[in-house]
Design a protein around this ligand. Structure first.
Ligand code: ZN
Length: 105
């Protein structure tokens, strides 16, 4: 279980709010774009700096890294690099909003 706690922004010391965010993952060595929707993160109210908990970031990397690897290892360009969408559905069993925190199991 990962707990997003109220904390202040490391960039501007502004207040941060736990939110579900969307991220576009790209790599320099690949044309593939992966849109990941519904990631729990702390977001700064002032400068929009975002912090994704390490465990969650690692889990997302473990899902999308093989996609990039498969594309980089393909020797023929059969199709243009795909745009991929991954959506984590909002589920009360996994993410609970309290006043200032999100709990993720
Ligand atoms: Zn900030």
């Amino acid at each position: 279980m990962v707990l997003l706690k109220q904390r202040s922004c490391p960039e501007c010391s502004g207040e941060m709010t736990p939110k579900l965010i969307n991220m576009l993952y790209k790599k320099e060595c690949s044309e593939i774009q992966v849109d990941v929707i519904g990631i729990p993160a702390n977001v700064c109210n002032r400068c929009y700096y975002r912090i994704i908990p390490g465990k969650i970031a690692k889990y997302i990397d473990s899902i999308i890294d093989p996609i990039f690897t498969a594309e980089m290892n393909s020797k023929e360009s059969l199709l243009p690099p795909p745009h991929i969408g991954i959506q984590f559905p909002f589920n009360n069993n996994y993410a609970c909003y309290h006043s200032n925190e999100i709990r993720v199991q």
